[in-house]
Design a binder for this molecule. Structure first.
Ligand code: AHR
Length: 498
């Protein structure tokens, strides 16, 4: 059996967890909106056509904020098309995903859905084909009380009270040549600065996210971040990171080592933000919004065969397996370990499109990745402790990758301590110890485990509980020491209570 050790000290903290680290994302893409959250006529739809089964699962997932409406989609989006009487809304081509957008669901319906799903809206503005003026108009429509052209337009649409949306993305992946309105760092940085200035003049309470690179492999990575921030540092609050992971090579240890890649990516972007701060000799820090992250590759081949200019096709419908859930658990641990700088993160996406929740005309079910996300979002609230992990390692493209990934979160409100841990070894259990003498009287209240003999096992509508967590993992506290046995290739949530 492998051996690992976790060292914590209740005085050594990383940061409070910003609950928005458990955010997610709904884009007008594939069946995320249509058939995912909105499907009038279904028996499970409410009077607005919102699917109650999806809402129930989103509430269970405990998602405090959802980014909307894109993604690549937002770079061609005319928000005015999506509000007002539905019979007057135009159908338009969406050049991001080569489909037809009917606009039968729009931003007011999304604000209503968010309330029902117990979440908040993180709204993106179009800085691709549009610019600062339009960003200001959209903010006026959403957040201004009344008595102006756009706020009265909202009121005339039946929304007397402002939506009061606090978190805004200034465009999406503007470094990507595929993006409508793709820009250089200088062009985008200037546009973001001016959009941000107008938006904060109108509503100083909003927080703004500037676009970082679309992924770590972009040739402009690092120069892009520095160049953008040099233009808009004073106007924005966060810089975005996006990264998707895949197991195209079918090499599970390598795939599971991807959390090392995420860790380094975050550290690099923190360094770049602080470099620009140093250049400016300022006090203000820019924090990170990792607003697209997930596993994404299973649907690539199917998506190449899609017909163009149809409505809501089965697009990006990855069916997630057990090893994907293990990596998602490790990625969540990595985000939490950086909670001092990562304040927002969005699992991309939420329903049907590279998502933890899937729907059909007859039901909704939880994909494998639903569970680690739900556990982290439910139990890892409070203060992240600086968690020293001593673990055997294996060789990967990143160099040494630890078999054990872990983070400990202390919740002062309910006197609980949660250990999230992944054992990445494919053939050996691991005995993990942790000195808990500072936490006198704490006992194991629950040890949830998720594992499966088949790394490729999936949940489907026909067999929705093939991969699911169970309580009853092997762990105990004796003489102030936690000892837990983490099964080979397992996700573990150890909840300790006084
Ligand atoms: O989440 C799917 C797509 O991935 C988003 O639209 C885009 O921002 C990213 O490239």
């Amino acid at each position: 059996m492998k051996k690992g050790k976790i060292v914590i000290d209740k005085e050594f903290i990383v940061s409070q967890v910003d609950k928005r680290i458990f955010g997610s994302f709904i884009e007008h893409l594939g069946r995320a909106v249509y058939e995912g959250i909105y499907q009038p006529g279904l028996p499970v739809a409410d009077e607005q056509g919102l699917r109650k089964d999806t809402i129930d699962l989103v509430r269970e997932l405990n998602v405090p904020v959802v980014r909307y409406p894109g993604g690549n989609f937002v770079s061609g989006f005319h928000w005015e098309d999506s509000v007002g009487p539905k019979d007057q809304r135009p159908s338009k081509v969406d050049l991001a995903w080569n489909v037809i957008e009917t606009n039968q669901f729009g931003l007011n319906e999304f604000a209503d859905w968010a309330k029902k799903a117990n979440t908040e809206v993180m709204m993106a503005v179009n800085l691709g084909t549009r610019g600062p003026e339009d960003a200001k108009n959209l903010l006026e429509y959403c957040n201004f009380k009344g008595g102006t052209y756009y706020s009265d337009m909202r009121r005339s649409h039946g929304y007397e009270a402002p939506h009061d949306i606090k978190l805004w993305c200034l465009g999406n992946e503007m470094d990507g040549p595929w993006q409508m309105g793709h820009k250089t760092a200088h062009e985008y940085g200037r546009t973001a600065a001016e959009a941000g200035r107008l938006m904060k003049m109108l509503d100083p309470s909003v927080e703004l996210v500037a676009c970082g690179s679309s992924n770590l492999e972009m040739p402009t990575f690092a120069q892009w971040e520095a160049g953008v921030l040099e233009e808009c540092y004073d106007q924005v609050d966060y810089l975005s990171l996006h990264q998707y992971y895949d197991n195209m090579k079918n090499d599970t240890p390598e795939f599971l080592a991807s959390s090392v890649g995420m860790d380094r990516f975050i550290s690099s972007v923190v360094s770049i933000c602080d470099y620009v701060q140093a250049k400016k000799r300022g006090k203000k820090k820019i924090n990170l919004s990792f607003d697209e992250w997930n596993v994404w590759y299973h649907s690539n081949e199917a998506d190449k065969k899609l017909e163009k200019w149809v409505q809501a096709p089965h697009q990006l419908e990855d069916v997630y397996n057990f090893e994907d859930a293990l990596l998602v658990g490790s990625l969540l641990i990595t985000l939490l370990r950086h909670a001092d700088r990562v304040k927002i993160a969005c699992l991309a996406q939420l329903v049907n499109v590279i998502a933890p929740i899937m729907t059909s005309d007859t039901g909704a079910w939880r994909q494998t990745i639903f569970y680690p996300f739900c556990h982290a979002s439910t139990y890892a609230r409070g203060t992240v402790l600086n968690t020293l992990v001593q673990s055997p390692v294996y060789d990967s493209r990143y160099g040494d990758a630890p078999y054990l990934d872990s983070v400990v979160v202390m919740n002062e409100e309910d006197n609980s301590l949660t250990v999230l841990a992944v054992n990445k070894s494919l053939d050996e259990d691991m005995e993990v110890t942790c000195d808990l003498r500072q936490f006198a009287g704490y006992r194991v209240a629950d040890h949830i485990v998720m594992s499966h003999d088949d790394m490729k096992a999936v949940n489907t509508e026909e067999d929705p509980y093939q991969v699911k967590p169970v309580s009853g993992g092997v762990s105990k506290v004796e003489d102030g020491q936690l000892t837990a046995v983490l099964g080979k290739h397992s996700w573990n949530v150890i909840v300790l209570k006084k």
